[in-house]
Design a protein around this ligand. Sequence first.
Ligand code: KIV
Length: 273
Amino acid sequence: MSDSKRKKCNILTLNKYKQEKTNAVMVTAYDFPQAQLAQQAGVDMILVGDSLGMTTLGHESTIPVTMDEMISHCKAVKRGADKTFLIGDMPFLSYQASDEDAVRNAGRFIQAGMDCIKLEGVAESRIKAISDAGIMVMGHLGLTPQSQAKLGGHRVQGKTKESFREILDQARRVQEAGCSFLLLEAMPVEPARMIAEELDIPVYGIGAGNETDGQLVILHDLIGMFFEFKPRFAKRYCEAGKLIREALEDYCSEVRDGSFPSEEHFYAPLEDF
Ligand code: KIV
């Protein structure tokens, strides 16, 4: 379907998907062309994740990412994907300090064109305040990268019954506080399935098996553009990084041997010189 005829994906679409057991497709995107490609491919949701700190800005973690950086990337994504459900990821310290900070910063994401914000952890008071301000919230439980030091690193969560019960309890609490969606990161299949089944809101997974209400993959993992490490749960659908490097190598050698630019790339003069 052409983009102009396509209906914008919204919370009603996503709730219906859950009822009908249709898997929702979410991917991260951080700029205009990535958003255009994701929308053209037909994804339902784009997360402008603070993972851009690592995939795009070259930081070692998501911690240094600022609100201003997030807003700039969100605006670019919005320009590229106006029919896709857009989620802005609240960066570290944009909501941890107070409900007021949380509402004000969540509002900036909405002004930048996002449909929803995502925040990590069991921040019930923040979730309630943002949701009471009329802004949709996606919770994020399991492995929560902004507090990875407290979790002892990037570790799979919910592997024991006790840890599963804790995450299930957290999931119930964030739903009760006003989350419209929940994302589970890095969990075994069965506990993630049980949480998705237990909650009324759509529950998506990244590295949480295939029994949630939909999947998120980080774009750079999916297309082979992140070179530091490859998470076990990510499937690489192409090697865009390799393709780009080879193109650049060809460019380097053609400039050096004088075969580029050639006549087809020259401008024709209007008269002889
Ligand atoms: O920033 C992000 O892309 C995320 C995912 C890792 C869940 O929060």
